[in-house]
Ligand binder design. Sequence first.
Ligand SMILES: *[C@@H]1O[C@H](CO)[C@@H](O)[C@H](O)[C@H]1NC(C)=O
Ligand SMILES: *[C@@H]1O[C@H](CO)[C@@H](O)[C@H](O)[C@H]1NC(C)=O
Ligand SMILES: *[C@@H]1O[C@H](CO)[C@@H](O)[C@H](O)[C@H]1NC(C)=O
Ligand SMILES: *[C@@H]1O[C@H](CO)[C@@H](O)[C@H](O)[C@H]1NC(C)=O
Ligand SMILES: *[C@@H]1O[C@H](CO)[C@@H](O)[C@H](O)[C@H]1NC(C)=O
Ligand SMILES: *[C@@H]1O[C@H](CO)[C@@H](O)[C@H](O)[C@H]1NC(C)=O
Ligand SMILES: *[C@@H]1O[C@H](CO)[C@@H](O)[C@H](O)[C@H]1NC(C)=O
Ligand SMILES: *[C@@H]1O[C@H](CO)[C@@H](O)[C@H](O)[C@H]1NC(C)=O
Ligand SMILES: *[C@@H]1O[C@H](CO)[C@@H](O)[C@H](O)[C@H]1NC(C)=O
Ligand SMILES: *[C@@H]1O[C@H](CO)[C@@H](O)[C@H](O)[C@H]1NC(C)=O
Ligand SMILES: [Cu+2]
Length: 581
Amino acid sequence: MIIPFHYPRLPLGFLLLITLFLVSLLTLPTVEARIRHYKWEVKYEYKSQDCYKKLVITINGKTPGPSIIAQQGDTVVVELKNSLLTENVAIHWHGIRQIGTPWSDGTEGVTQCPILPGETHTYKYVVDKPGTYLYHAHYGMQRAAGLYGSIRVSVPDGVAVPFSYDYDRSIILTDLYHNSTYEQATGLSSKPFVWVGEPQSLLIQGRGRYNCSLLSSSSLEAGLCNTTNPECSPYFITVVPGKTYRLRISSLTSLSALNFEIEGHNMTVVETDGHYVEPFVIKNLNIYSGETYSVLVKADQDSSRNYWAAVNVISRKPQTPTGLAIFNYYPNHPRRSPTTTPPTGSLWNDSDYLLAQSLAIKARQGYIEPPPLTSDRVITFLNTQNQIDGYRKWAVNNVSFTLPNTPYLIALKQNWTHVFDQSSPPENYDSANYDIYSTPKNFNATSSNAIYRLKFNSTVDVILQNGNTMIDNNSETHPWHLHGHDFWVLSYGKGKFDSVNDPKKYNLVNPIKKNTVPLHSYGWTALRFRANNPGVWAFHCHIEPHFYMGMGVVFEEGVEKVGKLPTSIMGCGETKSLIRP
Ligand SMILES: *[C@@H]1O[C@H](CO)[C@@H](O)[C@H](O)[C@H]1NC(C)=O
Ligand SMILES: *[C@@H]1O[C@H](CO)[C@@H](O)[C@H](O)[C@H]1NC(C)=O
Ligand SMILES: *[C@@H]1O[C@H](CO)[C@@H](O)[C@H](O)[C@H]1NC(C)=O
Ligand SMILES: *[C@@H]1O[C@H](CO)[C@@H](O)[C@H](O)[C@H]1NC(C)=O
Ligand SMILES: *[C@@H]1O[C@H](CO)[C@@H](O)[C@H](O)[C@H]1NC(C)=O
Ligand SMILES: *[C@@H]1O[C@H](CO)[C@@H](O)[C@H](O)[C@H]1NC(C)=O
Ligand SMILES: *[C@@H]1O[C@H](CO)[C@@H](O)[C@H](O)[C@H]1NC(C)=O
Ligand SMILES: *[C@@H]1O[C@H](CO)[C@@H](O)[C@H](O)[C@H]1NC(C)=O
Ligand SMILES: *[C@@H]1O[C@H](CO)[C@@H](O)[C@H](O)[C@H]1NC(C)=O
Ligand SMILES: *[C@@H]1O[C@H](CO)[C@@H](O)[C@H](O)[C@H]1NC(C)=O
Ligand SMILES: [Cu+2]
C-alpha cells in the first residue's frame, strides 16, 4: 500500500480520509450486491431422458435448465425468450418471496399475462435469503414438459453456515410421462375423465431408464427407445473418500411423492426450503413435490465399490420402477454399476413413518424465528375430489379454483371488479357433519375465481384438512406450496382437526419455516404466516394435475402498497387496454 506522505501538497485531512478509505477496503467485507444476468431461450427439443425419445421443453438446450447461482442480496435478471412457436410460457421462482417485486413471481393469471411465442420477457428480483430454491414453468401443465431448474443462494461473504462440508451439489428429482402435457391436460378436462396414471420413469437430475422391452417392436425399430443412448446413462455423484457432501435434494415431480436413499450411507438433514434444520440423521428422505432439502453425506464407506442412489414412489401404490443414480467413489469408473440390489426405500404406505419424519423437522437452535403466539384469522381448507357438470375436479371447501383471463395483480391495482368473482370464498366446511373417512354422498362442487383478501400484516392460520377421495378407503397426499411467503409449520396430525385441543399441541417454540408442506393422507397440517408481503399470492397443491383440476386458492394482501406495475406483465384479457389505449 502506498503511504500518502509522498504527496505533501494535499491537505492533511484529505490524506487521512484516503488512508481511512483504503484501510476500510482492506478490512471490511464487501457488501456490494451483484447482478446475475441470464439469457435464456425456451424451446421444444427431442430428448431421451429415460431412453424413450420425446419432446421436452429446454432452456438453452437443457433440461433441467441452467442453475442460478447467486449470493444473498444479489439481483437476478433473467431475459427469457419464448421460442416455443405455438405455446405461451411463464416461469415461477419457487421459494423466492419477491418482496417489492410481486409482478416477478411468474404465476400466469395471478401476477402476469403469459409470455407469447416470439416475445422476450425480463424477470428481475432480489434473492434476499440464502438457501435452496427452484424455478419452473407456471402455465398450464408446462412444468411436466421439462421446464425447471435449481436456484442456489449462498450466504454473504464473512457469514458462516452452521455446518461444514467440502462440496455442494444440487439434484432435482422428477417423474416423467411419455404422453405430452397436452394429452394429459386433454384427458383431465374430458368427459369421460382420463387420468394421467402413474409416471413411466423417475428421473434423478434429468436421467432415468425405461424398460424399452415394454414397448411394441415397431417403436423399437423406429429407434424411439434405445437403452444405449448416452442421454439416459445414469447420473453419477462422484465423491472423494473421507469428504462430506452437501446434497441439495429437491423434488419437482408432477405427481409422485418420493423417498430418496443412498445405499449404505446415512444422511443428516440440515436445511429445508431455505431454513436451517436442527440436524437429524436419516437412512432415507421423504420428499414431496415443491420441497427442497440439504442433506450432508460423508463418503466414509468401502471406497473400492460404488453405491446406488435410489428414488422410490411413496404414498401411492408404486407402479413406476425405482429411479437410479450412481454414488461413485473416486477413482472408480463413474459408470461402474453396483452389483447390489438397489434400495427400495421405505414402505410406500407406512403412514406413521411419513408423519414422523415430517414432525422431526424443527428450526435449528440459534436460527429460530419465533412465530406470533396467536393468530388473527383461521382459514380451514377441506381438500376434496369432486365433479362439476360431470367433469372431474379437485376443490377446497367445495370450490374448485379457476384462473381469470385478467391477472389478479393487475385487476386489483386497476380496481376492476368485473374481471373476477368479488365474493368471499368459504373459510371453513361443515366440519361437525362431515365424515372425512367416507366417500362423499354428493360429489358436486362449484367453480370460482374468487380470492381471499387478507388484512395487511395480520397473522393467518391455515388448517389443511384431508379426507376421502371419490374412491372408497382412499385419501391422497397433497403438497401445498405458498407463493410470496415462508410459513411456520405448527403441526401435523391424523384424522379430523380438533379446533379446541389440537392448537394446544402447536409447536410455538421451534417450528420450521417452509414454503411447501405435505398434507398427509387422512390427516391435517396447520400453518401460520404473516400477511406482510404486498401482492397477490397463489397457494396450491404442487401436484401438476391437481392444480390444473382446481386445487388451489389465491391470497391478496396490501395490494395498495404495491408499486407501479411494469407493462411487460400486461397484454392479456382486459389489460390490453392499458398498453394499447
Ligand atoms: C396417452 O394419451 C393417449 C391419447 O393420445 C391415451 O389414449 C392414453 O391413454 C395415454 N396414455 C397414458 C399412459 O396416459
Ligand atoms: C423389461 O420388460 C420385459 C418385458 O415385459 C421383461 O421381460 C423384463 O424382465 C423387463 N426388464 C427389467 C430389467 O425389468
Ligand atoms: C441404439 O443406439 C445405438 C447407439 O447408441 C445404435 O448403435 C443402435 O443401432 C440403436 N438401436 C436402434 C434399434 O436404433
Ligand atoms: C446409520 O444410522 C444408524 C442409526 O443411527 C446406525 O445404526 C447405522 O450404523 C448408521 N449407518 C452408517 C452407515 O453410518
Ligand atoms: C401396504 O401395502 C402393501 C402392499 O403394497 C400391503 O400388503 C400392506 O398391507 C399395506 N399396509 C398397510 C398398513 O396398509
Ligand atoms: C350433480 O350435478 C349433476 C349435474 O351436473 C346432477 O345431474 C346431479 O343430480 C347432481 N348430483 C347430486 C347428488 O346433486
Ligand atoms: C384504485 O382505488 C384506490 C383506492 O380508492 C385509489 O387510490 C387508486 O388510485 C385507484 N386506482 C386506479 C387505477 O383507479
Ligand atoms: C358441496 O356441495 C354439495 C352441493 O351443494 C353438497 O351436497 C356437499 O355436501 C358439499 N360438500 C362439502 C364438502 O361441503
Ligand atoms: C407488523 O406487525 C408486527 C407485529 O405486530 C409489528 O411489529 C410491525 O411493526 C408491523 N409492521 C407493519 C408494516 O405494520
Ligand atoms: C374400507 O375400510 C373399512 C374399515 O377398514 C372396511 O370395513 C371396508 O370394507 C373397506 N371398504 C372397502 C370398499 O374396501
Ligand atoms: Cu393434490
